[in-house]
Structure formats: C-alpha cells, structure tokens
Design a protein around this ligand. Structure first.
Ligand code: FPP
Length: 243
C-alpha cells in the first residue's frame, strides 16, 4: 500500500515546507482507556518516523507543533510529561538526526521552558547547526501571534537603531524577523485529529499554504498518511492570488 502511494507521488513536486499540527494524542489514548501520556508517547514515535520519511522523500523544511503558547493551560503533570518526552526524543534521536543530515531549529520562546528540555533542545540545535539536509522546526512555546508580535518588537528596535528604514519595510524584510527567518513559506499544512483550524500555528507563514485536514489521530499517522497528504497537495491548483 505504501509502495503504491509512493508511486503516485511526483518527486519533482514535493512541497518544500510542510507544517504539521499533531492533534489527537489524547483521544487516541482515551479510546484505549490509557492515560493521555500514552497517546503523547505513541505520538512521539510517529514524529520519529515522519521526520525520517519526510527527509527521505525530499521535504526541505518540516515544522512540527510540539507545544503551543496555549498548552501551558494543560494540567501540570501533562505539561511535564510533554517536556520529558521532548528531552527523550532529542536524546534518543540526536545521532540519527545527525546521520540523516537534519538540522534542528526551534520556533518560539524557549526561554520559558524547563531547563532540562531547553538544554536538550539547544544541544540538538547546536550539534546539527552545520547540517545541510532537511530543517526540522520544532515549535515549542510557539504561537503565531506571538511570532508576529516578537517580529514587530525587533523591527521597532532595528528602526530605532536605523538598521532598517520604514519606507523599505516590506514582506521580505518582515519575514526575516519571524522565527522561521530565511525559510520559505509553508506549502502544505497538515492537521491530524479531525479539527479544522490553525490553532495559532505559523499564521503569517501559512498565508498561501494548502490545508490538509484528516480525521486520522496523530498516533495513527503512519507514512501512508503523509503520502496521501502529498498526493492531495499535488492535485491542488495553486494560484497564489493569480488566475
Ligand atoms: C495534541 O494532542 C498534541 C500535543 C499538544 C503534543 C504533541 C507532542 C508530541 C507528539 C510529543 C513529542 C513531540 C516532538 C516534536 C518530539 P492532544 O493532546 O491535543 O489530543 P486530543 O485533542 O485528542 O486531546
């Protein structure tokens, strides 16, 4: 089945930047009478697999929404377990990420996350910083509105320092103040778990993204689901406002 789907993919038209909202871990666990943490644990395994296959098929930028600015509202135990999972992910995957030439970048204000998670992720970013393959953006304490406000504040600072000029400020300059600086816009945004909203993910960067929503819960999102989303993307007619 995967082979069949893979054959339908045009490898010359792979979306450059794919963003994923990993939703449905809690419901996956609930259906099995398991604690929510088990859903996140299984979800992490899918992150491992999808990172590998995305890099194999030539996706250049993969953004995953690991923890949003709103996720602090969750019970403290769940927040802690998500942070622990992140540390575990980075620790067990770092060698593999290096081997696959993947570069890890964080999106969001990581100054607010627990030291252990922060240190692990900074280590992964540093140790992969010269890799030239796929960029893996891990969104942590990330919010699209926060991204835009943070960019605006830094633009104002640079205006005051006369590093930039108000008359020249345009979309290209603005983009480079976002957490995704130097990266292309999102081409394909995938959301698992059945909800059809952006939930504050990459609001500026998804202006012309193709949106793909699936009922598949994230822990069930195997490589064939990624292939299906890419086939769907390749059948869209992207006009970027033109005719
Ligand atoms: C949404 O499911 C999922 C999250 C808030 C966390 C996603 C995090 C991981 C899969 C852990 C590891 C991530 C990385 C990048 C290493 P939900 O809890 O909102 O599910 P529900 O809507 O069914 O309750």
């Amino acid at each position: 089945m995967q082979e069949n789907l893979l054959n339908q993919i045009d490898l010359n038209n792979i979306p450059k930047h794919v963003a994923i909202i990993l939703d449905g871990n809690g419901r996956w666990a609930k259906k099995r009478f398991l604690p929510r943490f088990k859903g996140h644990q299984e979800g992490m395994k899918r992150v491992v697999e999808i990172v590998e296959v995305a890099s194999d098929i030539g996706i250049k930028y993969l953004s995953v929404y690991a923890f949003s600015t709103e996720n602090w509202k969750r019970p403290v135990l769940e927040v802690n377990s998500l942070m622990d999972l992140l540390v575990y992910y980075v620790e067990i995957q770092l060698d593999r990420l290096k081997k696959n030439n993947v570069r890890v970048i964080t999106l969001g204000d990581i100054s607010k996350i627990p030291a252990k998670a922060k240190n692990a992720i900074i280590k992964a970013c540093n140790e992969t910083s010269s890799n030239t393959g796929m960029v893996l953006n891990i969104a942590l304490n990330y919010g699209g509105r926060d991204d835009i406000i943070n960019a605006t504040k830094n633009i104002i600072k640079d205006l005051e320092l006369e590093k930039i000029n108000l008359d020249n400020l345009n979309e290209d300059i603005f983009k480079n103040y976002l957490y995704t600086k130097n990266q292309p816009d999102v081409d394909l945004l995938i959301r698992s778990g059945g909800e059809k909203r952006l939930s504050n993910f990459l609001l500026y960067q998804t202006a012309y993204a193709e949106l793909y929503f699936t009922d598949c819960l994230w822990p069930d999102f195997k490589e064939e689901e990624l292939f299906k989303s890419i086939i769907d993307y390749q059948n869209r007619n992207r006009r970027f406002g033109g005719v």
